[in-house]
Design a binder for this molecule. Structure first.
Ligand code: G16
Length: 604
């Protein structure tokens, strides 16, 4: 059951009451600790368990970013660092978790197995009756969302820092997904942060580590841990979305070939099971399919920079017809054709435009579509053409959940290589791959083997011919000094404050400039300061944001967009087409002056 605003309010009242009667006096203050210990002792609810109350002290900076808490692995490995955040989450959720079941998994990165044992003990100590955990603590993010939904779990914890590198010298992360399988909304993440600043006791069940290598159930009194195959529930969900027979027939064609790059991350077992075992693709189509704790020293980010080996394969001769990659935890995707890159903003628009005709789950039509603000307007044009509701949300998948729950959104996506549907409440890399394969399978139904296959590029170009093309690019300046990045943001705010419609920026005329603000149409919650926008009279846009997913320093993201319906310009290279507006963006922001960076680390 989804927690309503009212219920949340009620729970807050209970907790506020506890907080008032039991004020915490700061870390290290014995009086405060004693009272907190009593409060947490009252939380042990599962019979047959001994719960230890372990004193702890708050760590600074445990604030959830765009998607969970992401920090250096070494920070997470400090005494009680992970436990503090998880305890804070459980405290924030309050009595509601008692007797409930929790999902658990991760992307296989370093410290995940140890992290799982800590979380299991805390879950038992805080009153959960069951933890359902992926074998070897593995579970892709979309699979966790599917698991929560199918098994009606209370929620789930995913240990991942997504596309960020792993290993002792790199990153670790944790995020909580709620009852509908969606990333925790800000009202919960704000509460977690509040608790992290005052956590003083960890309620940990006194149980041994659980063997996570074998599927099965282990009981400790009334508490149980079920180790599950991390693919099973997710596969069942995907089977309810796609026509597996159609896909199997298409993949059997001798004139079609594909490669899926798991980037040594969590999707290896998923790709093997789904593409190879279920759909009959050759085992060799899965590249780097064994999850490794440090992603084999790589950066599991499916873009043109970090998925370099896949890019080489797709630009070789002869190249496969279809290429795709997914990130650390399997929620991002990159789609490639033979020597062709599908921009993620185009990808979601193309999937939406073809969903009803090509994907059985959407055969009744789309309820609506949504994209994050910096994502290009390609999807807007599809929404207008289909006459379905359209929503523009801030960056972060958590903003799509309410729309989907309210039946207002079927397909959504983000420029950050995220694509998804309302079959779950997370972005879903394999969903994007199967969507594209479904589109190709449908469009090639009548093409005899050996005939002229409709390619990824053909589908994309046909889309541009119908809707026009939104040229889009993102420049990332990773690991800038935070102070420099903040100065640049302050400068841009002052430019925006002084700007007026009609002002000229190079060859572009300003229509509006602001700091994006969003009011959730379902629950009325507001999110402000979500990105600095310059919108020009021809619909072109320049947007600046600081990333909320890095683990150190600041990553500046510059998003640039320009639309054309001129048939002569459709095939231009995006960087070439966007050259003049990129120049304006760099000038107006004084990015080089503030950061010393002469070029971005990643260009998409
Ligand atoms: C997360 C969020 C996405 C967001 C992306 C980039 O993805 O789930 O919604 O677009 O971060 O965010 P930022 O621009 O703040 O770095 P992931 O795959 O990292 O979990």
């Amino acid at each position: 059951m989804r927690l309503t605003q009212q219920a949340l309010g009620a729970r807050r009242t209970v907790q506020d009451r506890v907080a008032k009667s039991c004020p915490r006096m700061g870390a290290g203050h014995s009086k405060g600790r004693g009272k907190a210990a009593k409060a947490s002792a009252a939380m042990a609810a599962v019979a047959g368990l001994t719960v230890k109350h372990v004193p702890t002290k708050p760590y600074e900076g445990q604030k959830t970013g765009t998607s969970g808490l992401r920090k250096k692995t070494k920070e997470f490995m400090q005494e009680n660092y992970l436990a503090n955040w998880v305890q804070s989450l459980f405290t924030a959720l309050g009595d509601e978790i008692k007797g409930q079941s929790l999902g658990l998994g991760g992307d296989g990165r370093y410290f995940g197995k140890e992290g799982a044992q800590i979380i299991i003990k805390l879950a038992a100590g805080n009153g959960f009756k069951k933890v359902v955990v992926g074998q070897n603590a593995l579970m892709a993010t979309p699979a966790a969302s599917a698991l929560i939904r199918r098994r009606k779990l209370y929620g789930g914890l995913i240990m991942s820092a997504s596309h960020n590198p792993g290993g002792p010298e790199n990153d670790f992360g944790i995020k909580f997904n709620y009852t509908g399988g969606e990333p925790a909304p800000e009202r919960i993440t704000d509460k977690i942060y509040g608790e992290t600043t005052k956590v003083s006791v960890l309620s940990m069940a006194d149980i041994p580590d659980v063997d996570l290598s074998k599927v099965g159930v282990t009981k400790f009194g009334d508490f149980e841990v079920e180790v599950v195959d991390p693919v099973e529930d997710y596969l069942a969900t995907l089977k309810s979305v796609f026509d597996f027979d159609l896909l199997k027939g298409f993949l059997a064609r001798k004139d079609f070939s594909l490669v899926f790059d798991s980037m040594h991350a969590v999707t290896g077992p998923y790709a093997k099971r789904i593409l190879v075992e279920e759909l009959g693709a050759p085992a060799s189509c899965v590249k780097d399919g064994v999850p490794s704790p440090d992603f084999n020293g790589g950066h599991p980010d499916p873009n043109l920079t970090y998925a370099e080996e896949l890019v080489k394969i797709m630009w070789s001769d002869p190249a496969p017809a279809f290429g795709a990659a997914s990130d650390g935890d399997g929620d991002r995707n990159m789609i490639l054709g033979n020597k062709f890159f599908v921009n993620p903003s185009d990808s979601v628009a193309i999937i939406a435009a073809n969903a009803q005709a090509c994907i059985p789950y959407f055969k009744g039509g789309l309820k609506g579509v949504a994209r994050s603000m910096p994502t290009s307007g390609a999807l807007d044009r599809v929404a207008a053409d289909l006459s379905v509701p359209f929503f523009e949300t801030p960056t972060g998948w958590k903003f799509f959940g309410n729309l989907m729950d309210a039946g207002k959104c079927s397909v959504c996506g983000e420029e950050s290589f995220g694509t998804g549907g309302d079959h779950i409440r997370e972005k879903d890399g394999i969903f994007a791959v199967l969507s594209w394969l479904s589109i190709l399978a449908s469009k090639n139904k009548d093409v005899p083997e050996g005939g002229q296959l409709v390619t990824v590029q053909d589908v994309s170009v046909a889309h541009w011919k119908k809707y026009g093309r939104n040229f889009f690019s993102r420049y990332d300046y990773e690991e800038c000094a935070s102070a420099d990045a903040n100065k640049m943001v302050d400068h841009l705010r002052s430019v925006i404050a002084a700007a007026k419609p009609g002002d000229n920026f190079g060859e572009f005329t300003l229509s509006a400039a602001d700091d994006f603000e969003y009011t959730d149409p379902i629950d009325g919650s507001k999110a402000s300061k979500q990105g600095l926008r310059f919108i020009f009279t021809d619909g072109s846009r320049i947007i600046f944001r600081l990333s909320g997913t890095g683990s150190s320093g600041a990553t500046i993201r510059l998003y640039i967009e320009q639309y054309t319906s001129d048939p002569a310009k459709l095939m231009l290279d995006a960087q070439e087409a966007l050259g003049p507006i990129i120049k304006v963006a760099l000038e107006v922001s004084k990015l080089q002056e503030f950061t010393g960076r002469t070029s971005p680390t990643v260009i998409t």
